[in-house]
Design a protein around this ligand. Sequence first.
Ligand code: ADP
Ligand code: MG
Length: 295
Amino acid sequence: METQGIEALEPGHSRSLRDFEIGRPLGKGHFGRVYLARLKTASSFIVALKCLDRAAVEKNPNVERQVRREIEIMMNLRHPNIVRLYDYFADEKNLYLMLEFAGKGELFKQLAKLGRFSERRSAKYTRQVSYGLAYLHSKNVIHRDLKPENLLIGLNGELKIADFGWSVYSPEESQRTMCGTLSYVSPEMVLGQPHGKAIDIWALGVLAYEMVVGEEPFAADTRTGPRHFVTPVAQSFITSVSRAFGGCPVAHYSAAPSRTDRAAGLEDTTVDPSSQYPGHAHIASRQPDEAIAAS
Ligand SMILES: Nc1ncnc2c1ncn2[C@@H]1O[C@H](COP(=O)(O)OP(=O)(O)O)[C@@H](O)[C@H]1O
Ligand SMILES: [Mg+2]
């Protein structure tokens, strides 16, 4: 069902807003809204059209660069657990991203409605995020803004990673930019140290906690910033969660690996942690849904 009409979409083909019937708003982004839209072709293909205000984007060269990066990265991704970008086009007023429609909306809204998820449901979503992350990381892409608002649910209940507005190729440059959302931000970012793929695994740990418990492990105080809530106790807890998922953020915030890290093999950079996320015990011990492999 979801793939119907994809073949009819030719990236690079010059589209315009006139090719679409615009429906209800699906959400609000930093630079405009996202609308449900239907292609006025025989396929009547349904998409989510993300509209970005060109004036706002072009005003700031950093924002413009980041939007270009978002498009470039997303155009190269094809995975069932990642929202697909089919095409993009612009007119004088807006830039439009033609995205795969995730029919059941934000994970955030479902979590807010239910309070928290069952362990089984949490494990399913954690597994699906980890499949998407393993794929992203195998392509050297870091998402950098994983959180429930940026995780969408497809019509069949499958999770899809969305919003690549902060994403970046690694190790293209020394990553020091403080970005993402305070309560999901990793210690190495808080400390202003270089960061890599492990920050997504950190966020996966925070997400797994929030889905099962129904609260964020670190309530961010937007006035004082994250420095005050990433306490040593909190750090050691979430490190163990993140480490359990195969990431090795520990190595990022201690210059020399500690004896325990060494014992756990965490300083061994020859092991690609991305191959390990989906196999973690929390995920594996729950009833697996149908295997979702990289396409
Ligand atoms: N493909 C999609 N399908 C359904 N809803 C979407 C889709 N993309 C975005 N949305 C909705 O629009 C909101 C904003 O989109 P997002 O890409 O996160 O924008 P921003 O980069 O400005 O944060 C999302 O939180 C979600 O509610
Ligand atoms: Mg967003």
